[in-house]
Write a protein that binds this ligand. Structure first.
Ligand SMILES: Cc1cc2nc3c(=O)[nH]c(=O)nc-3n(C[C@H](O)[C@H](O)[C@H](O)COP(=O)(O)OP(=O)(O)OC[C@H]3O[C@@H](n4cnc5c(N)ncnc54)[C@H](O)[C@@H]3O)c2cc1C
Length: 525
């Protein structure tokens, strides 16, 4: 392979260069035992490259995809994890490791507003709103889509806020898109780019909206094609089993404090060291560059990476000693009468997530609530559980008096929960990623690559697999590379392609085609 080029203007150091050929004697060090690191490890083993070690500062395997069973016997995930796989490799691995130990669930998602439940996607079910709000939504939509809105067209939009105005119009923006997205992202939508949306947000067709209102048609985002698998003992069980399959290659409780890019040596918090030839890192890219890399590292690189933005998240589990009152899967909350943006009836995913652990959850159920945090949206950690319970009452999820039946609360804070797709994100990645790769450091995963649009468990696991395929077999990585192209319904959909700037900077291989993946809209973690 040829030397990778940097288009960043930051690559004016020499450092210890990586020539692109992974040889059997090369040591691969993987930082992070989440889906990315595990995907890389499992693939290395499959391809017969045994010289690797996965290190993690946690004492458990799975990263953000781990599950925890608390003292009261409830099992919790770090936010409602739903598996919508885009990959055969992922599906086969799941089948191999999980056998029949999973449940198959119907997606049933709702939006809570105006003291009522509106089926998701909100924009297709405007008829459920009070008449004044429904009128504002439809009127705004018609104005927006006929060029009479604040922003003339989605092509003119320079950020996510303008995209919302251009595509949905003022009414939907006011009642749902703006308040909901601020609650999720904890950043003003004007700070975010519009490209991440791709297949995440169901974009509205004006005729469909009118038809649904006038003909009173239901237009739910769920049905037989929208089922998802869920491991019976929690999301993390799949990753725990992945870890078991390569357990000899995993070292837990090892906190990486420094990576010398010249000497290719990693130093841990306890002073111990490991050397490497190639490093695959799933730690947050900003932390890696500004706090961990040592040696000949340009200051501009550290400064650039530090400009990446993220939000934190509180996961609040509420265990209740009552039979579950609902068949819902998860719900969205745009209004300010509760702190959370999303709540999952987690116990509806599997009968094994409540205290008796025998598969009978008839006597208990569990709600998993998610609250975001950033400098733009502070959260009082000491009060977040109580505010969540009050919010559940305000939002009609807890009946009057049901508070007395709460038998468990669980709280987890993720400093890095959502990688913000900020307007300058791709430019930062195009500066930082090639510089690292030229030194044999492959930063991949939810916060390693910082691409929310490819940051679910299937994407991140495959980022690890594809990184290894590239190192050993010279195959192009397809997940991390994204270009954006207008689709027929006016979206800027993500098309998974050879990376234009965020990956290696290599040219697309001759004969490789670009294929749009027209998967249905999904709004998930
Ligand atoms: C609230 C929320 C909801 C989500 N919902 C869904 C969903 O519905 N469906 C879905 O598919 N995905 C979902 N995800 C995404 C999923 O959790 C991620 O895709 C996945 O966990 C990312 O894997 P990763 O390996 O890239 O990173 P992580 O899971 O973050 O793993 C990184 C690992 O690196 C380790 N590490 C970091 N720094 C160091 C260091 N200095 N030294 C040693 N180790 C270090 C960490 O301890 C961690 O274990 C959700 C995530 C969140 C936060």
């Amino acid at each position: 392979m040829t030397e990778r080029s940097s288009n960043a203007g930051t690559d004016n150091t020499t450092g210890s260069r990586w020539d692109g050929n992974l040889k059997p004697e090369h040591r691969v060090l993987i930082v992070g035992s989440g889906p990315t690191g595990l995907g890389a490890g499992v693939r290395l083993k499959e391809l017969g490259h045994d010289n690797f070690l996965i290190v993690d500062r946690n004492t458990y395997i799975g990263g953000l995809a781990a599950s925890f069973t608390d003292d009261a016997g409830f099992t919790w995930d770090i936010g409602g994890h739903v598996m919508f796989s885009h990959y055969d490799y992922y599906d086969k691995l799941f089948d191999t490791l999980m056998g029949d130990e999973f449940s198959l669930n119907d997606r049933e998602s709702w939006v809570r507003m105006f003291d009522r439940w509106v089926p998701y996607p909100f924009q297709n079910n405007i008829r459920y709103l009070p008449k004044q709000a429904a009128y504002e939504c439809l009127s705004g939509l018609i104005k927006a889509q006929t060029g009479q809105g604040k922003v003339k067209s989605h092509q003119d939009a320079t950020n996510f806020g303008e995209f919302i105005d251009a595509v949905f119009g003022e009414g939907i923006a006011k009642h749902f898109m703006r308040p909901y997205n601020f609650k999720v992202w904890a950043h003003p939508p004007e700070m975010m780019n519009k490209q991440w949306i791709g297949e995440r947000v169901a974009v509205l067709d004006i005729d469909r909206a009118l038809k649904n209102v006038v003909l009173e048609t239901d237009d739910f985002g769920w049905g037989p094609n929208n089922r998802f698998k869920y491991p019976l003992k929690g999301t993390g069980e799949f990753y725990r089993r992945m870890g078991e399959s390569i357990r000899d290659h995993i070292a837990l409780d090892r906190d990486v404090k420094a990576i010398d890019v010249d000497a290719k040596i990693v130093t841990f918090a306890d002073g111990s060291t490991e050397s490497y030839d190639v490093l695959i890192s799933a730690m947050p890219l900003d932390v890696l560059c500004k706090d961990v890399l040592t040696g000949e590292v340009p200051e501009t690189l550290r400064v650039r990476a530090a400009e990446l933005r993220h939000s934190s998240g509180y996961m609040i589990g509420i265990g209740i000693k009552r039979p579950c009152p609902s068949t819902k899967s998860w719900m969205y909350f745009p209004e300010s009468n509760c702190p959370f943006y999303r709540v999952t009836y987690l116990s509806n995913y599997s009968p094994y997530l409540t205290p008796d652990q025998t598969g009978d959850n008839a006597t208990h159920y569990s709600l998993l609530c998610e609250v975001s945090e950033s400098e733009h949206k502070p959260v009082d950690a000491a009060r977040v559980v109580e505010e969540t319970i009050t919010g559940l009452e305000n939002a009609g999820l807890l009946e009057p008096g049901e508070r007395d039946d709460i038998c468990d609360t669980w709280l987890y804070r993720a400093e890095y929960a959502y990688p913000t797709p900020a307007v300058d994100r791709d430019a930062i990645l195009s500066d930082v990623i090639p510089w690292l790769e030229a030194r044999g450091i492959f930063s991949r995963g939810r916060f390693g690559m910082w691409k929310y649009e490819v940051a679910n468990t299937d994407h991140t696991l495959m980022q690890g697999v594809e990184a290894v395929n590239r190192l050993i077999e010279g195959e192009a990585e397809t997940t991390i590379g994204i270009i954006y192209a207008a689709t027929e319904d006016g979206r800027e959909a993500a098309i998974h392609e050879r990376p234009a700037h965020a990956g290696s900077g290599e040219k697309r291989l001759a004969g490789q085609t670009v294929e749009a993946k027209a998967t249905p809209a999904k709004a998930r973690g």
